[in-house]
Design a protein around this ligand. Structure first.
Ligand code: SAM
Ligand code: SF4
Ligand code: SF4
Length: 337
């Protein structure tokens, strides 16, 4: 049962958030003022269990999904993460990856690899403790994250590093980050700050565009564009002319890539979102817990995907302040980017 949406996009990727909790309070994602002591996170019984995650993933794979990414919140806070990965790695997929803030990775990298994880993306916004602490709400210094990256590479995981660049905050961290990861052979990808969720006070003035980043990096190390690894790759790739690896740019504000967006997102409580900027999710947990068969769930997912019109970034355009929608958007910490 292959599903195509209203713009002829196939359902090829599923991003699975395994928790809405996080040990960081990044300003652009879970600002402390909102996600403070009194914030109501999901109770355990509302979250999908390991078995339910495995079942939904298997249904998607049966419908043609080939790539799975685990995210959060912070996925490494989930105690049964290794079991979840083992379950997912047994499915007939091309790619199984995980996005993490890396702070707890050093101790867990080998077990994740052993459970069948292919790749890992570690988020890191600066190599300077002061700035990093300011960005993550005072929760972690840089070294534990760098240790996590080293442990993941040593365990045989392919590592990429994602950096969100915000004007007036960490622009000056870009060149040192490029330098550091170029020397270590890891691909650094710079992410344009996005207006995702409702709590980060996003403003177009805080976005550093891909072009500005290219100019900044190119002044130190000349770059040239290279072809995507596959159609629909989110990051655009550039290689260093001196042959020392590559960097990537995820420029959803200035160069929207909705036309090739084959990604669905599952929140920790089992809601399916067809866009990162969606205002409404579809409750798959209710289907599972009311005794529907796999075929019935697959039919429901196929119906949701066939009705999909989403192209938020294209509609927002690259210059508008904030795009109007019919309700509050889902938070990034619910669906994990
Ligand atoms: N906690 C994990 C982490 O930070 O990698 C996984 C979840 S986090 C929501 C996934 C990714 O979204 C991270 O790379 C983070 O930097 C990115 N992100 C969060 N808020 C963002 C925003 N407003 N704009 C761009 N990227 C954002
Ligand atoms: Fe946590 Fe990741 Fe959001 Fe930072 S970006 S607050 S690490 S979920
Ligand atoms: Fe996909 Fe929505 Fe992002 Fe466009 S805005 S690329 S449709 S998630």
């Amino acid at each position: 049962m292959t599903a195509y949406d209203q713009h002829n996009r196939i359902l090829r990727d599923l991003r699975i958030s395994v928790t809405d909790r996080c040990n960081f309070r990044c300003r652009y994602c879970m600002p402390e003022e909102i996600f403070g002591k009194d914030y109501a996170f999901l109770p355990d019984e509302h979250m999908l269990s390991e078995q339910e995650i495995g079942r939904i993933a298997a249904i998607f794979v049966g419908m043609g999904t080939r790539k799975l990414r685990i995210t959060g919140g912070e996925p490494l806070l989930r105690k049964d993460l290794v079991h979840i990965i083992r379950r997912l790695s047994a499915l007939d997929i091309e790619d199984l990856s995980l996005t993490t803030n890396g702070s707890l990775l050093a101790r867990k990298a080998a077990a994740l690899r052993e459970a069948g994880l292919h790749r890992i993306t570690v988020s890191l916004d600066s190599l300077e403790d002061d700035l990093f602490l300011k960005m993550n709400g005072g929760r972690s210094r840089v070294q534990p994250v760098l240790n996590g990256i080293d442990a993941a590479a040593a365990a045989g995981l392919q590592v990429k590093v994602n950096m969100v660049v915000q004007k007036g905050f960490n622009e000056e961290a870009v060149v040192p980050m490029v330098d550091y990861f170029r020397e270590r052979g890891h691909i650094l990808r710079m992410v344009e700050y996005m207006d995702v969720g409702n709590t980060n006070g996003w403003n177009r003035q805080h976005v550093v565009s891909k072009q500005e980043l290219l100019d900044k990096i190119g002044a130190h190390w000349p770059l040239e564009p290279i072809a995507p690894n596959y159609e629909g790759e989110v990051a655009t790739r550039y290689r260093f002319v001196d042959g020392k690896g590559e960097v990537g740019f995820i420029s959803s504000v200035t160069e929207a890539f909705c036309s090739t967006c084959t990604r669905a997102r599952l929140s920790a409580e089992g809601k399916l979102y067809t866009c990162l900027f969606a205002t409404k999710g579809h409750d798959l947990r209710a289907l599972l817990r009311s005794g529907q068969s796999d075929e019935e769930v697959a039919r429901a997912v196929s119906g949701i995907w066939s009705n999909r019109h989403d192209q938020y970034s294209v509609e927002r355009g690259s210059n508008s302040a904030v795009h109007k929608q019919d309700g509050p958007r889902v938070e990034m910490s619910h669906i994990g980017g």
